[in-house]
Design a binder for this molecule. Sequence first.
Ligand SMILES: *Cc1c(COP(=O)(O)O)cnc(C)c1O
Length: 428
Amino acid sequence: MSKYQEIYEALGISSQVLTYGEEILSSLTERFTRIDQVAEYNQLKVLQAMQQAKVSEACLMGTTGYGYNDRGRDTLEQVYANVFHTEDALVRPQITCGTHALALALLSNLRPGDELLSPVGKPYDTLEEVIGIRPSKGSLAEYGITYRQVDLLPDGSFDYEGIRASIQEKTKLITIQRSKGYQTRPTLSVKKIGELIAFMKKIKPDVICMVDNCYGEFVETIEPGDVGADMVVGSLIKNPGGGLAPTGGYIAGRRDCVENAAARLTSPGLAKEVGASLGMMGAFYQGLFLAPTVTAGALKGAIFAASLYEKLGFSVLPQGAEERHDIIQAITFGSPEGVIAFCQGIQAAAPVDSFVTPEPWDMPGYDSQVIMAAGAFVSGSSIELSADGPIKPPYAVYFQGGLTWQHAKFGILKSLQQLIKAGVVALP
Ligand SMILES: *Cc1c(COP(=O)(O)O)cnc(C)c1O
């Protein structure tokens, strides 16, 4: 028995599962090389952004209190603007999560009487309450901001005619979600997002195009800011935090849009001038620096999982051979048992809390029970190896992350081992 087999076996992976995994992996060499090339480009892009902004040792210190003249914070915002090729950015630990960043971008740039349009179908679950699709305190609906949605066509393409018909005088902002989120539609490439933005702007040049960039950062060599997005929004405990950011969110975009967001996050008049960075700057900078390679590892994990479960006969989205535009992998098990066993396997592979067993629970913001596996250094971080699945048909799990490819690989093997144990899967 080789040293590798030995340590895998000691960690609960049978030689049969390991061999099955290795066979799948041998077909992925070329894919992985291309992912490394994207990471190389993005690594240099981030480095260039930092050098151009003249990041200095002093930037890594934090401020307290009001946070006036916080050089680290202001420089980091310049770095984000450089990376996303936007005029400005707001990058703050006071933005508590991705939903908060999106809500902030929307609530600060829309006014009563305006309409928000989603031309890519239903938005991410938590945004339903932000918009007021499901009534909630403080929603856009409460402020008299209406919402309209045009679903994607059955083949996943844009319903251009439907979109054209939905653009009104009062359509102020359109929201485009790059990632599929908890849905089984394709994730949008940046190029496709660019086509949609161009279409919208042709009809209504002053419409604000916002992209929910969650899980998409650094998957490609271009970002939505490169194809005309007015705001690019995301969470720092996903890709751009590189696993090191302990909290936070960002809005990169047009100067006036970012200014609106800052005025709402802090206060009119104070806007970007206040907001202590506390002790977070080191982690924000270093996390962003690592983000391209961390994202590459997560991407390899997603492709490995897709290829493996596809071969076992499960429906996966995207498919193993498909081009990637985010780090999420959906696998449909078709039964609660499959979803639960998969998540329990991922949990058992974690560096933190590997000994606990996740169970489905009523998570705030979601309309069904959800099971989540995450033994993360940063609580709830989904750039770390994690999986979650709503306990409702079609019983799909959404798998993502892995701070290193090696860990993602182990987690996937562990999930397979757990599915075998639960009797959901039998290896050929
Ligand atoms: C994660 C995510 C969000 C919400 O982010 P949270 O940090 O969980 O609040 C919004 N949209 C998409 C596509 C996401 O993946």
